[in-house]
Structure formats: C-alpha cells, structure tokens
Ligand binder design. Sequence first.
Ligand code: NDP
Length: 283
Amino acid sequence: MSQPRSFKQELTGCFGFPVAENPTQAMIEPAYAAMGLDWRYLTVEVRPEGLADAVRGARAMGWQGFNCTIPHKVAVIAYLDRLSPAAEKIGAVNCVILKNGQAIGDNTDGKGFLQSVESVRPVKGLKAVILGAGGAARAIGVELALAGASHLTIVNRSEGRGRELADVIRSRTEVPADFVVWEGNFHVPAGTDLVVNATSIGLFPDVDAVVPIDTASLSKDMIVCDVIPNPPRTRLVRDAEAKGCAVLDGLGMLVNQGVIGIRLWTGLEPDPIVMRRALEMVL
Ligand code: NDP
C-alpha cells in the first residue's frame, strides 16, 4: 500500500495559457520524489487577465515558486519585487522564486542551455550563430554574451525582432552582435564555433520541417545545438551528427533548466538522470 502524503506539501508549478501538456511537470515531480521531498509541481492554466491574481494567490498560499511559460514571461515582471541581473537584461522571466515575502524573477532557459554547451567546450571566446530571435533566442543570446562569447550573429526571418535582439546584446552586454535576414538556406560562416537552432522549426508534430541552413557549410569543429526538446533527435541534430559535429539536443537544455529551478526553489541538488529518464518516457 502506498504511503499517504503528508498534509503540508510544498507547492511549486507552472503558469501558462493554454497548457495542454507540460513536459516540465513530468520531470520535476519524479525529481522531488527521488530527493525524498513531499513537494508538488502543478501545471495551472492562467489567462493573461488572471496573471496578477495568480501571482498574488501563489504568494498567499505560500508557494515556493513557479515557472512561467507563454504568454506570461514578460507580463509577470510587473508583479515581481525584483529580477536577477540576467532576467533584467533578457527582459523575460521563466522562473519565480518566492522567498521571505519577496517574489524574485529569474530566467533559467539560457542558463540551462549554457550548461549544455559548457559540458562540451568553454563558452569564453566562442563565435556563435543563433537562428531565431524569439524568447528562447533572447535568453540564449544574452547568457552566451554574459558568459564571454566573443561574437554573436542573429539570423531571423522577421527583420524587426532580429535587429532588436542584436541591439539588446550589443547595448546590454557590450559583446559585438550582427543581424542577418534569413532568406533561403543560411550559409554558416567558416570560423563559427557554435550554431544554435532557437526557432520552433521541427517541434512535434512538425517533425519533418527542415531548418533552412546549408548543411554543407557545417564542419566537424562546430557544435550544433537544437532547442527543440520533442523530438530530441531532430533532423538538424541528425544532419549535424552526420557531418561529424558535436551535437546538443533540446532535452538536455530542458533538464538543465529544470535542475536550476529546483535548486533555486529547494536549495537542494536534484538528480538530472532521474529527470531525463522521466522526460524520455513522456516525449
Ligand atoms: P517564439 O515564438 O518566441 O520564437 C519563435 C522563433 O522561431 C522566432 O524567431 C520565429 O521567427 C522563428 N520561426 C518559427 N517558425 C519559423 C520558420 N518556419 N522559419 C523561420 N523562422 C521561424 O518561441 P520561443 O523562442 O519561446 O521558443 C522557440 C522554441 O524553443 C520552441 O520550440 C520551444 O519549445 C523551444 N524551447 C526549448 C526550451 C528547452 O529548454 N529546450 C526552453 C524554451 C524554449 P519570426 O520572428 O520570423 O517569427
């Protein structure tokens, strides 16, 4: 017979709208269980007009913290007491810590990505190409720059968002950043160390969608990363592997950002292997 849960469970979770599926929940609760914590991670559908009340509610109920997903990552900032320096520069929050009556906004997307890259090569001095200029690209670009990347090229289909991200990186981190409009197959310049697909191209169910890059321009001294967590072995990951590149999948980034979130909320270290295994079972 399973043990009854204690009355006092610590609460964490994710606010989004709509939230059909949330892979984060699938990895966080098994991590808590493996840590011996009687904590919960609840996925809660919060409409944009209900966000202020939801944050007040989490504070009133003594939640330890929560993630924010689309469409709340920017709007939530208005209801927080302060931001981490990186979240301030990124201009978006995906992780809120509720501690000592304070609501502190952080951004773990880019940090999770950085940890994946650092497992292969130090970021300091790397020249990176980022495909995309949405929320994920913004977090990744700022964190790469803060970690010492020497140059960033932002490649995006819509010019306004792409130019804005290059401006944000230049002005808030002082790392040189260029913008290139994405037309046709992008040719990755020789000398690039890191190529990141930070678009939603290839995300389930559109698994056959092709990231428009010239795969002949990839060389084996490049690291190629895909943020798409589902499926982990995207077409880009497979093509880059065939060219002899080191590859990093979006599942690793997702696990890493979950690890950082749990660390921020609990002050304890979760087991990333338990989390990756739990995610692989649902994706
Ligand atoms: P956004 O909607 O903010 O940005 C999407 C980006 O993809 C934009 O730059 C958009 O270009 C580009 N894009 C979409 N479709 C195309 C296309 N057909 N051709 C060219 N460019 C395209 O999304 P997010 O940045 O929040 O998320 C992007 C991806 O990152 C998602 O798939 C998400 O699952 C993943 N992600 C993964 C995480 C992880 O931990 N592994 C964490 C966070 C996100 P344009 O500006 O021209 O529209």
